[in-house]
Design a protein around this ligand. Sequence first.
Ligand code: ATP
Length: 334
Amino acid sequence: MSYRVTLLPGDGIGPEVTAAMKEVVAASGVDIQWDEIDVGLLAMEKGKPALPEEALKSLRRNKVGLKGPVTTPVGRGHVSVNVMLRKQLNLYANVRPIKSFRGVGARYENVDLVVVRENTEDVYAGVEHEVTPGVVECVKIITWEGSTRVAKYAFDYARRMGRQKITAVHKANIMKLSDGLFLKACQKVAKRYPDIQYEEAIVDAACMKLVMNPQAFDVLLCENLYGDIISDLCGGFIGGIGLAAGANIGEKGALFETVHGSAPDIAGKGIANPTAMILAAAMMLDYLGEHAAARRIRTALEQVIAQKRHVTPDIGGKATTMEMGTAVAQRVKE
Ligand code: ATP
């Protein structure tokens, strides 16, 4: 089977980690036709907008995209490409797997959890106003539809990926209506998945338990704000920003990406860690149903990192981005 995927390498270290990722995916044998389009600074250098219309068109057509980091220039008039993509494609769920790698000297070991974050509602609707001088109001919007949609995605994901348990994170003891609605939606969806264990945790207690024993969690299901905070907290478990990937899921498609930014301080040096981009590609292969190839890529990556011989300087090695990519590709072929 052949797939057509929109590839947005991004800018900064984006094109470097993209080249390494392409070699690894090619080694997996899955036939992917890349629709490669410049976005961010590289598009702007050619006199185009940071998010050219052709990129959106391609994503709408292919329904699956893979994206490297994109710089948001500081200053007025520059809207983040990431935010634009999320809005334009109505990507309602953010999925961030957090899995420890052996050999990177992270503080925690054997962490293997996934944060599923609702991505369109909550306080991010940006509805804020001044009631009277010195008093402002920020509106938190939670809907039955939005909560049900993300909960359903989380349970389907858990089932597809062989995960056992979902923990809905909330503060319904204080926000009885909004978080209460979110919980009711999660509970209703949970009833349809008797094979997946369901539990609830109050966000503050969940944070403490996460820091003390992250191994106790499997899939965390969160509203937008709690999900934002918890996914970064969990990112710290695995040590190193170059090691995490995420997915943005919509009703009509999905966009996979690195969690790290464009890292201008090391761009062009060929030393960026390609792990996040390779993991993003593996998540994409899972989404396409190519689970065996995704698994092979993840295992190869784990082995190369554990061995330490062909890894980039950020995790204690001397290899270049391409050398690490080639080492992973070699293992995938074996
Ligand atoms: P943004 O606002 O786009 O998230 P940022 O500057 O806050 O950007 P990053 O661009 O992710 O964050 O960079 C943070 C630090 O991590 C930098 O020192 C960068 O060099 C390093 N870094 C990020 N990604 C990688 C990577 N793939 N390999 C090695 N180092 C990385």
